[in-house]
Design a binder for this molecule. Sequence first.
Ligand code: FAD
Length: 472
Amino acid sequence: MAGMAATPTKRWGSEEYYGLGYDFDPTFFLTTADRALEEEIIDACERVIRPLAIEADRTGEYPRASIDELGRLRLLAMIAPAEYGCRASSHTQVLMATEAIARYGCPSTAIIFMMHLVAVAGLVFRAKGNPEIESLLRRMDSEALIGTASYTDPETGGHFWYPKTSGAERVADGWHVRKTAAFTTSSGYADWYLTQTTSPDFEGDYADLSVFLLYPDEVQGSPGVWDAMGMHANQSGPVEIDAVIPAGRMVGAPGDGARSNDEAIDPLAFLQYAGAYNGLAMACLDVARRHALRRSHVQYGRRIADYATSQDSYGRALCEAQASRMFAYGMARALDDATDGGDWTMYAEQPDAAPRAAFTCWGLEAKVLAAGLAARVSDQMLQLCGGRGYARAAEIERLVRDAKAGWVMAPSNEVSQGIVGRWALLGPDSVDWWNQHVDERALRNELSKMSAEEKRRLVDELSGELAEPAAG
Ligand SMILES: Cc1cc2nc3c(=O)[nH]c(=O)nc-3n(C[C@H](O)[C@H](O)[C@H](O)COP(=O)(O)OP(=O)(O)OC[C@H]3O[C@@H](n4cnc5c(N)ncnc54)[C@H](O)[C@@H]3O)c2cc1C
């Protein structure tokens, strides 16, 4: 059509990209600067990150060279304010970058990047006036300092906000921090760790949490022990912490942990879960397209792509992917609108500001959609590729294995859906993050099943329990 601007061609090194072009990307959410950055990320993926993804999947090697590329692109501290020499990126830019790393490069590296940026959010949230944090942010990109969020407690599983087996005490020179984490991405490879424990003056309320910054000599990581179905480069091993650290390494004030989760950790985690798993689903569509156009059956003179059943399956998967991507980009736009384009400086003046926390339910929904999408689309695209897709060379089987992690990672899709459903049906208090609200309906229903004798025994037991503190 005369006068219509031609869509730029997506490049893959010196060639045209083999997967879906920009026509199928929601580029209308991106600025010119976002699009230029995306091209740089695709280039880094083609040269370094993708080849290393294939190698690290085979060997379990930690993808250090890929992380150096992220530092070179100034993505490691991308959300930090310009006063630290950082990009001060929007949520949209974070989403685009995470999706691009997973799609064109490596899902394991995208999750390393996610756990890193989630931890950066925890720091940026309380950076102002803390010289240790401000210095780390200033050096993060130039020195490619990779961090991680060491949160999941072995006793409470995917309820990462419930650190039952951790603790911290005030000591003369700072804090004594004790933490056992079941999974920590980059365990033993990270240059710094963000962790959460119950607060120093903890009295039994698990909403009373504090956040700490630690360095490798204070953390016992477990490099090389990660042995899993997929996400091989992720190295999500256990972590043990039993260290005394200086006072300035508490991030925020004592008891700031729940606020940090709501306003910093969760918003970034949900946004990047969406980016990583939508990107992974797109990677499956890309490699399946390449295979479906190359592979033909001589008896019919038809390629896989020529069969109507393939077109239907591909089209259905793409529709589902676009719905999940539009949801994530819509949420990123809403977060940008609520924060003046991704500002993190407001908390210095207004420590209780919570514009990001207002989107918690949307974030959970974005995570559920993307992780579910990746699990389904990776499976469908493997089937579309046939037996040759099952072999490593087609690159889809690695993506199938990596895809499954999204569903089970915290909060798992079951837990997330349960929270969204409870919240929607019964209101936000019903979510009961720390198991504090009594479900009186359930309690009365169980009591109604008891005989008089059973009730008397229960009353005696409860009376004894109530008498105990008085006796003490
Ligand atoms: C690749 C990878 C990287 C990771 N990286 C990190 C990291 O960097 N930092 C970190 O802190 N953690 C990390 N984790 C941990 C992750 O986020 C989860 O905490 C962890 O996978 C939970 O595993 P679990 O076996 O303890 O699950 P469990 O909590 O025991 O869950 C087992 C099953 O029970 C279901 N379930 C649990 N509770 C409920 C409920 N209330 N209602 C209904 N169903 C329920 C779950 O959906 C799941 O199907 C990582 C995990 C993986 C796989």
